[in-house]
Design a protein around this ligand. Sequence first.
Ligand SMILES: Cc1cc2nc3c(=O)[nH]c(=O)nc-3n(C[C@H](O)[C@H](O)[C@H](O)COP(=O)(O)OP(=O)(O)OC[C@H]3O[C@@H](n4cnc5c(N)ncnc54)[C@H](O)[C@@H]3O)c2cc1C
Length: 371
Amino acid sequence: MERYDAIVIGGGLVGSAIGYGLARAGLTTALLDEGDVAFRASRGNFGLVWVQSKGEGAPHYQRWTRGSVDQWVPLAAELADKTGIAVGYRRAGGVHLCLGDEEFDQRRQRMERMRREAGNFGFEYRMLDQREVADLLPGTGPAVTGASWTPYDGHANPLRLLRALHRGFVDHGGGYIPNAQVVDAVPAPGEFRLVTAAGELRASKVVLAAGLGNAGLAPLFGLNAPVRPQRGQILVTERAQQLMPIPTTTVRQTEEGGMMLGDSQEDVGFDTSQKPAVMQAIARRAVLSFPWLRELQIVRAWAALRVMPPDGLPIYDQSQRFPGAFTVNCHSGVTLAGAHANVLAPMIAAGTLDPWLDLFSGKRFDVSAAA
Ligand SMILES: Cc1cc2nc3c(=O)[nH]c(=O)nc-3n(C[C@H](O)[C@H](O)[C@H](O)COP(=O)(O)OP(=O)(O)OC[C@H]3O[C@@H](n4cnc5c(N)ncnc54)[C@H](O)[C@@H]3O)c2cc1C
């Protein structure tokens, strides 16, 4: 039976970022993945490294996200240097376009609330009028009444990020084990035995990073991760000349030139089918935002499931019953890759989560614990 310092369950962006950080810290680490049959948000997302809509009513999440974006710069540089894979991180600010006065007014109020909640930490934003948006993003349509802008936002190629994290993990001595669904576990403090489709494995630390799979795995380790699926659909156009200097929340241009149009938020359970009416609504909003998009052909479209905690905030915890077992979930695994690889993984390697991360504990959903 193979024995490791740490086993990370789940080879998506969350597990790979943590696995990379653990292997880089010198822990013998295995990264287990269920395989192609699994739901995999990391292979179907929009690729934003995004701050401006994160943490309204939860300023600690806004801080954590901002910290992650700051870690993105060294992480992207390190991955390029060590693995030769450029993840295409570009950070030059981003905008949320508003269609109509009501949307603009609601957005302004929301951004102002976030600025107030940020307190001394600060939150830099600007509301742009129609002309300022047109100066920043040529070709916006008359339906665009304005936008919110922050300097923190950016985007990257999420598939290359996943590949770079996997490559970096293996280069640091990590063992990637595909088709290894964890079906059972015998936990004991500091000694975990996992029963997987690829055989039994042992480790002194286990990190649950199985996305939607965490909901079922967490109770085995005395943890709580009540995540649910939320479907998002995305459309991609043929390539065009570079027209968009910065991304928006619903339209962004990839490095290769394709325009990504996104993305819906549908609570429909474990259903990854595509719905023409939703795709039409996505395309309609995109064309109202940028009428020239009408000339481009859609060449690809898909649906994928977000990993959604009940309040939308990440879940970070160590088991009290079985110390050494950690759970990690979030609905913005691209954005938080910097924090996961460079901040959270070192804490897990050291065996303790920083106390301020208690704010993200899964205990906040545990009614009996609260009572
Ligand atoms: C449409 C859409 C758009 C999005 N846009 C953005 C965006 O712009 N920016 C952003 O930051 N985030 C975005 N996200 C969210 C982001 O993609 C996710 O937060 C991230 O991919 C979650 O990664 P994960 O590793 O937790 O989950 P997943 O990618 O789902 O990976 C979980 C892995 O766990 C494995 N697994 C499950 N159960 C087991 C088991 N029992 N044993 C072993 N392995 C198991 C599976 O094989 C799977 O590979 C978007 C998501 C969607 C769906």
